[in-house]
Design a protein around this ligand. Structure first.
Ligand SMILES: [Zn+2]
Ligand SMILES: [Zn+2]
Length: 79
């Protein structure tokens, strides 16, 4: 079972576009340099994903919880 990385709704089959939020799920869009799309590297597998993605589409790990944890850390604690 697939999950849409944008709205996290379940997708029943291999679709190119999420039926729930109409986001394209095509790899080419992420891999090509699309200036309007904010990208970041997955901290788990290092592959490019959209910065607003909640789940890495490659390794399927949740990213928003980690972001939250990082933001909660006081920068001084890292020194
Ligand atoms: Zn969706
Ligand atoms: Zn990943």
């Amino acid at each position: 079972m697939l999950k849409c990385p944008y709205c996290c709704e379940e997708l029943t089959s291999e679709v190119n576009r999420c039926v729930h939020c109409s986001q394209f799920l095509i790899d080419d869009i992420i891999h090509s340099d699309f200036p309007s799309l904010d990208k970041k590297k997955c901290v788990f597998c290092g592959k490019k994903i959209l910065s607003r993605a909640k789940i890495c589409k490659h390794c399927h790990k949740w990213l928003d919880e980690l972001d939250q944890a990082v933001r909660d850390v006081d920068p001084d604690d890292l020194v």
